[in-house]
Each structure stands twice: as C-alpha cells, then as structure tokens.
Design a protein around this ligand. Sequence first.
Ligand code: AMP
Ligand code: TRP
Length: 344
Amino acid sequence: MAAFEQRVFSGVQPTGNLHLGNYLGAIQKFVDLQDAYDCMYCVVDMHAITVWQNPLELKNNIREVTAAYLAAGIDAKKHIVFNQSRVPQHAELAWVFNCVARMGWLNRMTQFKEKAGKDRENASVGLFAYPALMAADILVYRGTHVPVGDDQKQHLELSRDIAQKFNNDFSESIAGNGHEDGFFPLPEPLITGPATRVMSLRDGSKKMSKSDPSDLSRIKLSDDADQIATKIRKARTDPEPLPSEKKGLEGRREAENLVGIYAALAGTSAEAVLSEFGGGQFSTFKQALADLCIDKLAPITAEMRKLQADPGHIDSVLANGGDRAEVLARKTMDAVKDIVGFIR
Ligand code: AMP
Ligand code: TRP
C-alpha cells in the first residue's frame, strides 16, 4: 500500500460540554500533528444529530468546537477546519458504505449498545449506522491517519474493514479506473500517550464524558481557574500516598487517572511524574496538578471566549474550510460513482 498520500483526518461532535478528555485525547494531538501532515479537522454535526439536539444549541456548539480548535492552535489557513454538513459528499459516501458494511459488524459496536441503552427499539437508525458515516468522513478524503481517544478504536477498525471490503468487492472496477493498489487506504488510528482515556474525576471506572450528570466529573474547556481548582481538589482519590513507580498505580484507578492527566498536560510520562511526586501526599500533587491545568487551559479558554464573541468570524472560517474540503471530496466521490457503476 504505497500509493496513498498521507493525510490526517479527525472530528469532534458539537454536543456541548467540551472537556479535558476531548482536549488531551484529541484536540491537543490535532495541534501537534500539524507540522508533519496535511490535516483536516471537522466539526461532525451530522454525527451529533444521531441523538436529539436542540437546533439553537447545536449552532452554538458547532461554534464552540470550532473556537476550541482555533484557540488550541490549529491553523485553519494551512490546514482545513470545517463542519461536516457543509460537504454533502460525506452523506453520499456514507450511503454507499451502508451498502458495504454488514449488519453483523455494526451489531458489535459497543458505543451503540451504550448509547442506545435498554430501549434499543427507540434509538435512531442514524445512531446504528453512525460508524459507516465516520468511515465516509475519513475516506472521502482518503485519510490515512486518524488521531482519536481510545473509545474510538473499534470504530476505526470498522472503517478499515469497510475500506478493505470496498476495495475487494469492486477490485476489477477499481483496476479499470486506474487504481492499482485499491481505491481506499486503510486508515490508521493514532492513539498514543498517557491520556488516551481520561476518566471521570468522581468515578475512576467511568470515562470523562460530556453527558455525565455530575459537573464535578469533568473539567470543561469553559471552566474558570476557580472551578478547575475546586474540581481537582474534590477529585476522588484513595488514602495512600502516590507511589514512586508505575507498578504501584495498579488497582488505583483514580490515582492513575490524575497522574496520566498531569503527564499529558506537562508533555511527559507517568514515570517522570511519579519520580517527581512519588511518596508525597495527594494534597501536594493535587495542588500542582491544579496549577498546571490552569496554566495550560486558561489561555485557551480566554481565546475561545474571544472567538465565540464573534460568530461571524467563526462561520467564515467554516465556510472557507468547507469550500476547500468539497473540492477534495468531489474528486473522490466522482471516482466512487464510476467504480460503483453509477452514471454521472
Ligand atoms: P466526542 O466528544 O465523542 O466527539 O469525542 C471527540 C474526541 O475526544 C474523540 O477522539 C474521542 O475519542 C475523544 N475523547 C472523548 N472523551 C475522551 C476521554 N474521556 N478521554 C480521552 N479522549 C476522549
Ligand atoms: N465518532 C467520533 C467521536 O464520537 C467523532 C468522529 C466522527 C470522528 N467522524 C470521525 C473521529 C472521523 C475521527 C474521524 O468522538
């Protein structure tokens, strides 16, 4: 598989309450990848409506995620920042992929099971088909690298399965179209570092999430310094002091989580954090963690506020990104139509 140009693609849903897990698991990595790759960062509004969204809030939430991208340091001139629904080829390719993916594959998706809960009969068809749209997001640009948090691993595997099956099912037609190595690349997940799965501050067995009813469970990108300090002070821990080595964190999920957060914010490893704080009291570590967290997030939060005060500017960034994305998407979709046997 040599012939594919490298391209990073990732997305965040505009469903409100952006938090430290989104930042460390995804957005901070998006920023870091900009020097080495051509990147596309999408606000996936079509994914958001797989569960009910209030239309007025949705618009604000799309602008909030865009502001977070820009405030964190994504360069929307050099790279492409846009919202998914502007580029109709996402939906077009998703339909083709709905016909490639198998019911059995989608039936195994744990996120669907979690989100649909007990009342599966009442979940939207979109929620079930969601991973085929996600595959289309990446592959409509023939994306090769996808930075995400650990919870998206299974969806990425499904994207690879869809790309592979499309390449196999249509192999003759693809060769006739002049693509010798298959039409779609198999996109690689980039899930690395100490904070690929940030856990709730109230319960180390649950991941930090936008929808947790407890606001104390998450640090939001909109929190001010006092709120961050309070949430870290109140974060659940155990009575033992911090260990000096990573092995000592086994079975201590809350402690492990806070050490991972510190390491990711400081750009270092859990080992390095423990060699500094091991043996000390939690209260000392928590104070240092709160200071670091405020230090890193305050400038981003301030810039987000500034950007959100000018929605016209945000909307123009999205429009510009959408136009540039569509040029690329149309090229892929034209080829897909030829390969599948549509007349255009
Ligand atoms: P979502 O808010 O579900 O659209 O997620 C956006 C990105 O943030 C995805 O790459 C997720 O994997 C990542 N993410 C969400 N929650 C967490 C978490 N608790 N820890 C690490 N990454 C996360
Ligand atoms: N499903 C991802 C999430 O919930 C968001 C997403 C949609 C995405 N399309 C994508 C992530 C394409 C990476 C690539 O977090």
